[in-house]
Structure formats: C-alpha cells, structure tokens
Design a protein around this ligand. Sequence first.
Ligand code: HEM
Ligand code: SF4
Length: 542
Amino acid sequence: MANVRQWKWADDPTINDMEQAKLVKDGLDVIETIVEKYSKEGYDSIEKTDMDRFKWAGVYQQRPKDGHFMMRVRIPSGILSSQQARALAGIARDYGRDLIDVTTRQAIQFHWLTIETIPDIFERLKAVGLSSFEACGDCPRTIVGNPLAGIDPNEVLDTRPIVKELEQFFVLNRDFSNLPRKYKMSISANVYNTGHAEINDLAFTPAKKTINGEEVIGFHVWVGGGLSAKPYLAQKLDVFCRPDEVLKVAIGVTTLFRDFGYRQKRTHARLKFLVADWGADKFKEELLKVTGPLESRGEDLTQGWKAGYFYGIHEQKQKGFYYAGLSVPVGRMSAQEFEQLADLAERYGDGTIGTCNSQNVLIRNIPADKVDAFQSEELIVNRFKLQPNTYVGYAVSCTGTEYCNLAIVETKERMRRLAEYLDRTAPQLDTPLRLHMVGCPNSCGQRQIADIGLQGALVKTENGMVDAFDIYIGGTLGENARFNKKLNGRIEAEQLGPVLAQLIGVFAEERVPGEAYWQYVDRVGVEHIQAQLDAIRSADAV
Ligand code: HEM
Ligand code: SF4
C-alpha cells in the first residue's frame, strides 16, 4: 500500500480497530481504489474496511445501505463561483436525484450516488476547482469561515487568501490524513463570529495588538470546541497570531492533535478531550514547542454573534455594491434552483455565491442600480426570500432517517413543516428564534447552540414506540456562549407543534422588548420554563 507510515502510535496495542485499519491503509488511499476498482466492479465488491475509508473521499453510505451514497463537497469559507455552482447542480441532476443540501458547515451535500458514478463526479469537481476529498473522515474537514470575506463591511481583514493557503496545505496532505478523529477548522475576521468559533476544533477570530508601537490586525486562537454527545466550547489561548502566522499555528495545533490526541475510543478522540485535560495554558506551552514564539493575546475584536444569518440587502465594504442574504428552508434545493441561483449571481452580481452555516445562501456584489430588479425576481419573491418569516427563516435541521444510518427519527421534512406550522400559529417576533432539529445525539444540526434545540428519540406509548423529541432551551455563541439546557419531558412528535407554539406564546408575552430567547431563558430561569412545559403537558393529558 502506498505511503504507510511508522507513526508513533503504531505499536500501541490499546488503539481502537479503526486506528488499526488506518495503519494498514491510509484513508486517502481509498480514492484510488474507488476509481480503479470499486467503480468498475460495483457495490458488492466493496470491502468493509474500505467502506469506512470512503469518508476520506468525502463519501458515506446512505440509509438504507442498498448501494447509494451521500457525498459532501468542501466549499472553503462558503464561497463558490457560478461556474462551480453549475457543476454542482449538474452532478445533482445527473447522479443525485436532483437534490442539493447546504450543510451547517457550509458544504454542499449530494445523495443517491452510486459507486459507478463517483469517478466522473471527482472529475467534474476537479474541473471546476472543487473537491470532496477529506470532507468526511479523520482529517481536516472543510474550513468554515465568512461567506462575505472580501466584501464584508463587518470584517477586519479579507480571509480568502488565508483559507486558500490552509486548504491547499492540508487537503491530501498525508502528514495530516490520519488524525484521531474528525478535525474542524474555522477562520473568520467578521466581528459577529460568522465562523462559529466556539464549536470548532481550531478557530481563528479577529483581534488586534500593538506590537513595537504598531497596530497589527490578526487573530485570536481557539481550540477544543465540538458538539456531539459530549459538547465542549472551545477555549481561547493566550496567543495573538498575525495573518501570515495562521498556517504555522494551524500546523502546530493539528500536529499536537495528531501526536497527542486519544486513539483508544472513537467517542473520546476529538481534540476537545485533549484540550479539556491539558487546559489552555499547557496547550499553549506545547503549541509553542512546535511553532516557536508567538505573541500573547491582544484585544478581541468580536462584537457579538449573528449566527451566520445575513438576510436582506446590505451594502458591502465596496460602496455602491450590495449583497443579498437569502433563505433556503432547511438548506434543501433542487438542481434547477441552484442553477437559477447561479443565473441570478451572474446577471446581478459578480457570479459568486455564498453558502452559510445557517444552511442558507447569499449573492455577492450587486451594483446599486440592479438591486430593485433583483428583489423583484420571481425566485427571490417566492422561494429564496430576503425576509423570511420568523420560524422558517431560522430553522436548521440535520439529515435524519431519510438518508442517515444513525438517525432515530425523520428530521428535515419534519422541521420544515414544523417551522411552517409555527409561522401560521405562533407569534411573529422582531428577533430571530433559532430552532435546530437533530435526529440523534451526534448533533450534525448543531442543536446545542439553538434557542430551542430538538433532539429526536423514541418513547413507549400504548401504540408501541413512537417518534418523540427532547427539548433544549437557551443556547447561544459569542460573548455569552453557552449550550442549551434540557427540559424534562419528552414530547411525542405529533405534539411538538402545539407544545412549541404554546411555549413561544408565553415567551412572546413575558419577554422585554427586543429580548432574544436565550436572554429570556437567562432572565426567567430554566425552572420557570420547565413549569410552563409541565403545565402544557398536563393540560394536554386531561
Ligand atoms: C449519512 C450519515 C451522516 C450524515 C448525512 C451527516 C450529516 C452531517 C452534516 C450535513 C454535517 C454538517 C457538516 C459539514 O458540512 O461538514 C454534519 C456534522 C456533524 N456530524 Fe454528521 N452526518 C452523518 C454521519 C455522522 C456520524 C457517523 C457522526 C458521528 C459518529 C456524525 C456526527 C457529526 C457531528 C458531531 C457533526 C457536527 C457537529 C460538530 O461540529 O462537532 N455524523 N453531519
Ligand atoms: S444528527 Fe444524527 S441523525 Fe442527524 S444527520 Fe447527524 S448522525 Fe444523522
């Protein structure tokens, strides 16, 4: 096998089975096997251990395991050209039953692919400078960031070159293709934390520092965030990093994860566990051993958190040019709709499209004299709205049982219908109320950071096991970052709409003007809302 390395953990008998498999054949080697063998010999020829390695190619088996795959395509910092968007739409149309999902990490996901089609998809992606490689697997995933980079009046510097530099360095780099677990980086210089720094393994956020009498704009460095069943918020290191030091720091942190990260249990392998054990100070000390000296922390330039939402028309850094933030309900589009977006981006903007970690999209660089016509486009008026209603506009959902093998319940279509129901029945608000739904504890839909997070489970009833949800309240990122807290009392899926409408109704009555849901939870206390839920449930039971 190509390129098998003598890693320092190679002789450790305590490492898990997946680790053993990665020593036998690196995840990246599966790309060649897919192209040379499996795509020609078919689904039944795929070996079990290679099926796990498919993730390094950005490919996962979808549910049910009957020969279809999902593929995730990296969209670094969520910026793509109309030509790339057309290529993606073409892949979805020809091979993916017309379906395109924007994910919570700004990637594009396809479903329904067969093994025979994958080499052609690799080629088509390559032809437009895109790739699915290492979009899944124990390696550096898509680098998330600011989809407005370069045009953002709220950014302190343009992060596009830095993101590009890191993507080019890390993707297909065999020094870093065997990490203990998935590894998520975020780079954003937007002062509203568009990169969701606190829930990434490594994040860079805007900062400044006076060094030798000169003011330098750069970054603060966060490590050890992540969601899933044991969520952790990232910790800020006592480090200031100049723009030209980002790669060095990223290499340093990734090296520490590779060499010191835990490889015994898959559920205890993310960087967050190492950071929690070491603490930020020791982590910094170890980092400096790899990078050499770095400046200590400067002044944080983050001013809050806008959760990756950009709805409406806004003036750019470049006077006279505007960007348009559009709503894509639960991130799902057809190939044709994505092509129509590419058309709009070309006709009104400079052809670039942004994918947002709120599962939405935006169009960049619209000159002032075209804004009115853009707003009157049928697709914008009726489908990808500039000002969506409160609930559809802020609803996020993971993939769920439709395609995910780990899911306990259906989520995406359910979240879409739930949000529409709430828009009909619950009060409209002047602040977002972010609702996130996930189908299991893995939290691909990031339920921990939602105002109201819904996590699927099953409950026993007289009629057998039925779909139900646990409700979590009060999550937010930014200065007041905290994960939401669970309310007791699992709600049957059918009751979810009415129960949430009532809870939100009380919130609308009790809130002080402009109060966000997490602020309300903070003010009144979880017990107060628990009492409301208990009252709603006992009233329903009568
Ligand atoms: C077919 C199966 C799966 C689907 C469709 C799926 C879907 C997704 C999507 C769309 C994202 C956003 C990520 C991105 O764009 O990079 C995501 C993130 C995530 N996925 Fe999955 N996923 C699947 C399997 C899994 C598995 C097997 C695990 C864990 C064992 C998992 C755990 C997570 C976690 C923890 C996150 C994000 C939370 C974080 O930032 O830590 N997923 N997934
Ligand atoms: S949260 Fe669970 S159910 Fe939803 S996509 Fe992720 S792994 Fe699947």
